[in-house]
Design a protein around this ligand. Sequence first.
Ligand code: GAL
Length: 682
Amino acid sequence: MWSDGRLCYGGDYNPEQWPARVWAEDVALMRRARVNLVTVGVFAWSRLEPAPGRYTFDWLDQVLDLLHSGGIRVALATPTASPPPWFSLAHPGALPVTADGVRLHHGSRDTYCAATPAYREAALRIAGALADRYAHHPALALWHVHNEYGTTCHCEHTARAFRRWLADRHGDLATLNDVWTTSFWSQHYSDWAQISTPRATQYLANPGHLLDFRRFWSDTLLAAYTEQRDLLRAANPAIPITTNYVLGDWVPVDHARWAREVDLVAVDHYPSAADGGAEEQTALAGDLARGWARHAATGRRTPVAAGRATTDPPATPDPPAWLLMESAPNQIHTGGRMHTKEPGRMIRHSLAHVARGSHGAMFFQWRAPAGGAERFHSALVPHAGPDSRVFREAAELGAALERLTEVQGSVEASVAVAVDAPSAWALRQPGLPSPRLDHHEEVAAAHRALWHTGYGCDTVAPGDPLDGYRLLVLPALYLASDTTADWVRDYVHGGGHLLATYLSGAADEHARVRLGGYPGALRDVLGVWAEEFHPLADGDHVRLADGGTGLVWAETLRPAGADAVGWYAGGVLDGLPAVTRHRHGAGTAWYVSTRPDDDTYRRLLDRAARAAGATPVCPDAPPGVEAVRRRGDRVSWLFLLNHTDRELRVPARGVDLLTGAPVDEAVILPPGGVAVLRERTG
Ligand code: GAL
């Protein structure tokens, strides 16, 4: 199994960047830091196959043997995210083309088009060669396919594959013309051959075209992953397989759908905010990963040992696991500048992920290189070497993770926040009423408010089971198919509490606006309809009668069964409803027609959550302390993370696994400190 019972600890290890004499020191230092899993070979294609079909595995043989003898297991990567120079020279047609028609050249990474047969064949060949040689290596714990799938292309191969995908999705041109509304601006297609990728064009592009192109890339990249996965699995079905997810607006990957195809969800997370925003982003990333993990391959529940040659399927612990595959040991990259993480912060971020279900903490990267594009990216062994704060903290984290081996189980969550990749893609399109519409940002704002008020949160995708949640939040869930609308309706009708924000349900799955007033598909559940919208300028806001503030958006809202519970104050909307509440079946549905600012959102979500019967994870935790609870069988573990620079007292009982100290009444958290209490529950 990729986990030998311990939490995974380690990161990307690039021995190909170092002379062999460094490798022994690496293994010795890894043992000192209690590293137990390293990702090897992610960008090593040119060193593994220096010429077409000529493999140089000798160095990798030595490295894997050395790691194995040091008791360190390996997530062996297929190096297909960075084809060697010879490949690009031999197959210039496999180099990616931008929307402007510019063909990119070799010189960085990801210089391939995943819709190009030559690339796919070469990728399968190197993956196959690695499988032949290492599928039964005793160090092998996990296959790590590729790196951060997400790049796109507009070449002719892509255009052909896109047309095939469209024919498959829509069946006939009449349907495509209808769902893309091609009668607008004379875009009617009379032959599939007329359809290209959505390249740079004169003015606004067609929304259906743009949306389908993203869906196409999600499926195409997934096919590139699954064909490697199937080949690796055939070589040794006992070894689990994954790929590391990258988060970001630019990524055309529907991670929830992909999760069904991986044996464990693995995410890379690099916060972009240097202040408390990094902690908020960390919490959201962990909750997203756990949400995706619930979609992961089912029926893979039995642990297997590393490298065991059996025909058992790979294992996924119950509840479905996920792993923080990459994070930064030190600097946070923020607006081009690197912010050095304060002492203790790296450990807190790592344990925040473990609290949210990550089966360990992995980093990019083990040792900082002297050269190369990312020469100043942080590493567990920094440029300064092991006699450094960063390495000492790395060793401290390794020891802490070992003390947390017993932690397992589900994460307590009473609120579900819906996340939908196609809604996010559609809201970033041109031609919308405001360039500030952003589903991910709306998810983050809702999550941030719940995080600050202390509610445990799961993220869900439309259609996911909602049993047990007190409150479902739809943050600008713009696209709602009829099925999605039924999912929401059934939940509320059956007694659930819902809080939906503006534009949720306003468009169908093809990004066509639903007529009759916003929020389209959800008007009946919410008991309101919006007649007009009022997008706000950057820095602009609307006032609310209770003293709150709205940002980004406002609406002229008409109750149709709902009661107003919040009003606009001042301006053209003065006295009109801003927030409403509606009884629907046995449930309650709130509608929020603006984006509340952080303080307003906290108050509002706290009110809705309390009314729904939800309670914060640790109601007595002081502000600045993050509390997350994992629940196992007759035992639970309470993670308390002090994100302030003050000593704080948190009423709690149990045993602190990090220190071994019993806690009878309260735990005293030093500034930036963490406690993980084992609580007996039965
Ligand atoms: C990740 C990537 C790594 C490294 C890292 C730097 O997205 O997978 O290879 O580039 O970013 O932050």
